[in-house]
Design a protein around this ligand. Structure first.
Ligand code: GUN
Ligand code: FE
Length: 433
């Protein structure tokens, strides 16, 4: 097979590690079969003659990773935000999710969602669907066609939900999950992968978690759920699981909390206790920090800077529709903002997140859940977003880092002119390719 080699030319911004942003001005990034060969000031002699996609003067960042969002909730983002989590679920989220029993509705709604996700700065995402198998397959088919790399979960919920959005019992929920896994394997997707998705402890009986753990071990699937998001929720989990030492322990009891065999993303972790933090660190659980959702649902402010600095895996999530913005650039800005309020109002010993730290979370931090993604260093899968900031004029020329800061705070989808996933251009608003 002939190698597909090309170069991207532009000004690259990416994380070396959580403290260091690298800027390479008007340089060449070589892509070899979807993998970065590194960045060069000049095109090396051995690559002379390859196609150069010229984005001189544009900023190019790694594709951003949305580690937590709910696709069916995209329809009501930005509305009904006066409630806390549990009331919001009952008032906004559950009634809307129930509509996805109708495939026609799912098709229409997911078409809008997937098109917007394609145009966003996100290249990879961990996505909750609903408990409906057919609608989840509709979502996965549409996502597959976008070229984005996603993990998608049919949601499990067999207790404490309205009858119109609840599986009959643990065994029907597990059977539907097996049927869904079967349907997915028949599709031979290249971009779209299943992830087990027990909604959260209040929605899942012990029997269901036992069956999901068996499925997890049989199919080696990753897991996503919610953890320690809201005080009322945490209190409820204590009542439901009196034998659990802390919320995360309730997942761990069923082997659904990290370790090598079970890659796990837990959204929120606003109120994780010392024991919970220690277990997440020990077992490599990924934290999806969702600052906008935690603000909108009055959940609180997660100590994301602490998690990152103590070496836990932390990425960012939009948590649509707890968060209203699908933009992961906005999530970076939000993470920094809420960390400043936390520092000022809650804990002066935990310094606010810096731009390099928040950028790292949105790229390598969440990207490592997908493998070697989130950076332009040699050997990484090449996901890239090309940003044009000419709609943000300045009377003087600005250094690249300042331009990146402005784009993080001020851009919208019109600033995104091309996006690559694994070296494939998945959309382009230029004539170059
Ligand atoms: N906990 C359980 N379900 C949900 C949900 O849909 N959104 C959020 N933010 N938290 C949850
Ligand atoms: Fe969520």
């Amino acid at each position: 097979m002939l190698n597909n080699i090309f170069a991207l030319k532009g000004t690259f911004c990416y994380s070396k590690d959580s403290q260091n942003l690298i800027i390479r001005e008007n340089a060449y990034l070589i892509c070899n079969n979807g993998i970065s060969e590194g960045i060069y000031e000049e095109l090396p002699a051995c690559f002379q003659g390859i196609q150069v996609i010229d984005h001189t003067n544009k900023l190019i960042i790694p594709g951003l990773i949305d580690l937590h969002l709910h696709a069916p909730q995209y329809t009501f983002r930005g509305t009904g935000m006066d409630l806390e989590l549990l009331d919001w679920l009952n008032t906004s989220a559950f009634p809307e999710e129930a509509r996805y029993a109708e495939s026609d509705y799912a098709q229409k709604a997911y078409q809008i969602f997937t098109e917007d996700l394609k145009q966003s700065p996100t290249t990879r995402a961990c996505i909750f669907a609903t408990l409906h198998t057919d609608a989840t397959m509709i979502l996965m088919d549409l996502l597959e066609d976008t070229g984005l790399k996603t993990m998608v979960g049919k949601v499990n919920m067999d207790r404490n939900a309205p009858s119109y959005l609840m599986e009959q019992n643990a065994s029907t929920s597990a059977a539907a999950t097996r049927q869904w896994i079967d349907a997915v394997s028949g599709r031979h997707y290249q971009n779209t992968f299943p992830i087990l998705t027990p909604r959260f402890i209040p929605s899942c009986s012990d029997e269901l978690l036992i069956l999901l753990s068996e499925i997890q071990q049989e199919f080696h699937l990753p897991v996503q759920s919610h953890l320690s998001e809201n005080p009322g929720e945490i209190h409820w989990v204590k009542e439901l699981c009196p034998d659990s030492l802390f919320y995360g322990d309730a997942y761990d009891h069923f082997n659904l909390f990290g370790r090598d065999h079970c890659p796990t993303v837990m959204a929120h972790c606003v109120y994780s206790t010392e024991e919970e933090i220690a277990l997440m660190k020990k077992q490599g659980v990924y934290i999806a920090h969702c600052p906008q959702s935690n603000t909108n649902l009055s959940s609180g402010i997660a100590p994301a800077a602490r998690y990152l600095r103590e070496g836990l895996h932390v990425g960012l999530g939009t948590d649509i529709a707890g968060g209203f913005s699908l933009s992961m650039l906005r999530a970076i800005a939000d993470a920094i903002q809420v960390s400043k309020l936390r520092w000022r109002l809650v804990d002066p010993s935990l310094k606010a997140l810096t731009l390099p730290e928040a950028f790292y979370m949105a790229t390598i931090g969440g990207g490592s859940f997908f493998g070697k993604t989130g950076s332009f260093e040699k050997g990484y899968e090449l996901d890239a977003v090309v940003l044009d900031d000419s709609s943000l004029p300045s009377p003087r020329s600005l250094p690249p880092l300042t331009r990146l800061e402005r784009l993080i705070s001020l851009s919208d989808s019109s600033n995104i002119i091309q996006k690559f996933v694994c070296g494939n251009s998945i959309f382009s608003n230029t004539e170059d390719r």
